[in-house]
Design a protein around this ligand. Structure first.
Ligand SMILES: Nc1ncnc2c1ncn2[C@@H]1O[C@H](COP(=O)(O)OP(=O)(O)OP(=O)(O)O)[C@@H](O)[C@H]1O
Length: 558
């Protein structure tokens, strides 16, 4: 018996809530209910098999749905589990319990972006551009990772974007896939079509550029605290999305950021840039360089987290490294007239921003030192420190330091200070490793974008992915990709890498099934040609998907 979306929603709501202490699979203990969405109820749980770590259990009532036809195969769950990226909520496992289908994911203590935007709106305090750009870069890196692997999110919206340790995590994978509902259809039933692209209304299909449209809507919402497209009813909203004017950012934001928004919201999907194309735009590259330099300073050149778990030691270590530079930078900048400062900023954006960041670190150190002496070091905050305005390094300090003619400058300093502030308290191992992953992610992207710009290739990998992602997976495409891999790695290298990665691929989610230990040692090609290995991974993904199609499994995956 087929069940409509509305019936299924009703069944979901009717199912009893898990109460605190409820045990699932003798492993997960419910701590609290996080909330209910259209298809699922989310609980915060502890995982007994993982040292009592906090995770999220999403419970989807199967109701009248037939598990065999509507729930994912173990293989599809494994595909979700194989996605690992610093800006994507980790999917751990899925299982059936009685009438419920459950998925276990990473917990993001910072809450969702929708709530954070609402809090900031209530304070009537727009986000500084530096902060918005950092989030946007994280989103682009996460989405690019998905698109390179031929995965479309299909439901990007502020409610599905979370914050953890101050960084973005793209979440809510799986529910629509698991229910075998194309998300654009599910979205239209749940009453939030605000992020849907024009092509999804015209039956021309959802593709990777539809995710880009949603990113544009999210960018606008972060800047303006309102939907990019809003109307009094559904029909008007659809016509606004399909043929209405593209909204602009307020003039307080740069022309470069507005230009990116305009491009992401082009009505014709083919005219929209891909995530990797946006990532190679000069404005984004400049900002990414600044972030990378900041992370390098904080984490150490080797990316191995030189951050200690003591606020004072963090600041002291950073201070030791930066002190002289900082003083020199302060002196140099104070000596300059405003015109010279502006020119410097134009000529060397990365260098100048880095100096500002160092100045902020210096002030933070002094502030922390004072507080230490007074025995007032604040406890580590779980949430983003910048959201709460009780910062120890106040924006007022920064404003009094910077000249009044430069509001933009003071805002950026505030942004750096707030980022640094989130490190000024003891860092957990997890936070440290997130920053480390963030750093290597940025480094890889910056290396790639430099090479791409130098040889005039932007986006080869992603273009291949897009071509394939719009159609269903077919044998010719797989054969073509296999041929490319063979040419890149040579026959011998290809088979070594292929066997190794395939083995790794099946080993990744061993929670539901046991896999024999891999006896293969890592071929040297893995280290020598990481970009080629990435293509082999794409090939393995596609082959798996193809096999899934042949077996008649739901292909909501793409
Ligand atoms: N990984 C997570 N970490 C922290 N909170 C989460 C996580 N996943 C979901 N939540 C929270 O749980 C609540 C319910 O989430 P859920 O995804 O089920 O619904 P929704 O996204 O609010 O709505 P819909 O599914 O209709 O889009 C939300 O408040 C959400 O912020």
């Amino acid at each position: 018996m087929d069940v409509t979306v509305e019936e299924h929603k009703t069944q979901s709501r009717l199912s009893n809530s898990f109460s605190r202490g409820h045990s699932v699979m003798n492993r997960y203990t419910v701590q609290e209910k996080l909330g209910s969405g259209s298809f699922a109820t989310a609980y915060l749980v502890t995982d007994a098999k993982d040292g009592g770590s906090l995770k999220v259990l999403k419970r989807i009532s199967c109701g009248g749905l037939r598990p065999d036809s509507t729930l994912p195969s173990a293989r599809e769950a494994k595909l979700l589990g194989s996605l690992r990226h610093p800006f994507i909520v980790q999917f751990f496992s899925s299982f059936l319990e009685k009438e419920d289908f459950c998925i276990i994911t990473e917990y993001c203590e910072g809450g969702d972006l929708d709530c954070i935007i609402q809090q900031q709106k209530d304070k009537n305090r727009p986000f500084p551009e530096g902060h918005i750009t950092e989030w946007f870069i994280q989103l682009l890196l996460g989405v690019n990772y998905l698109h390179e692997r031929l995965v479309l999110h299909r439901d990007l919206k502020t409610k599905n974007i979370f914050l953890k340790n101050g960084t973005i995590k793209i979440g809510d994978f799986g529910v629509s896939r698991i229910l075998s509902l194309p998300t654009d259809m599910a979205t239209s039933f749940t009453g939030t079509p605000h992020y849907m692209s024009p092509e999804t209304f015209s039956n021309s299909g959802y593709n990777s550029k539809s995710d880009i449209w949603s990113l544009g809507c999210i960018l606008y919402e972060i800047c303006c605290f309102q939907y990019a497209f809003e109307a009094s009813n559904w029909i008007k909203l659809v016509s606004l999305i399909v043929e209405g004017p593209t909204p602009c950012l307020p003039s307080k934001y740069s022309a470069a950021l507005n230009d990116i928004l305009q491009r992401t919201l082009r009505k014709d999907p083919e005219e929209r840039p891909s995530a990797s194309e946006i990532l190679t735009m000069p404005y984004i590259v400049d900002r990414a360089k600044v972030l990378s330099a900041w992370l390098e300073d904080v984490m150490g050149q080797d990316g191995q987290g030189s951050v200690s778990d003591d606020a004072c030691r963090i600041a002291a270590a950073v201070k030791e490294k930066l002190h002289l530079d900082t003083l020199r930078a302060m002196h140099d900048i104070q000596e300059m007239d405003p015109r010279q400062r502006r020119r410097i900023r134009k000529d060397e954006p990365g260098e100048t921003y880095r100096k500002k960041m160092k100045r902020a670190v210096e002030r933070l150190y002094q502030e922390n030192h004072k507080k230490l002496e007074q025995g007032k070091i604040v406890k580590m905050r779980q949430e983003n420190a910048w959201v709460e305005e009780e910062s120890t390094c106040t924006s007022a300090d920064i404003r009094s330091y910077t000249s009044s003619e430069d509001d933009e400058e003071s805002e950026e300093e505030e942004y750096f200070s707030s980022s640094i502030l989130s490190l000024s308290t003891p860092l957990s191992e997890e936070h440290s490793s997130t920053l480390s992953a963030y750093q290597s992610c940025l480094r890889r992207f910056l290396d790639y974008s430099t090479n791409a710009n130098e040889v005039g290739i932007t986006d080869t990998i992603s273009k291949d992915s897009q071509d394939m992602s719009v159609s269903t997976c077919n044998k010719e495409e797989i054969a073509r990709l296999r041929q490319v891999c063979l040419e890149l790695l040579g026959e011998n290298g290809f088979w070594k890498v292929y066997d190794y990665l395939k083995r790794e691929y099946f080993r990744q989610d061993s929670e539901t099934e046991e896999f024999e230990e891999a006896t293969l040692s890592e071929p040297q090609e893995i280290g020598l040609y990481p970009q080629h290995c990435h293509k082999v991974q794409q090939l393995i993904f596609l082959e798996e998907r193809m096999e899934g199609q042949n077996l008649g499994m739901s292909c909501a995956w793409l």
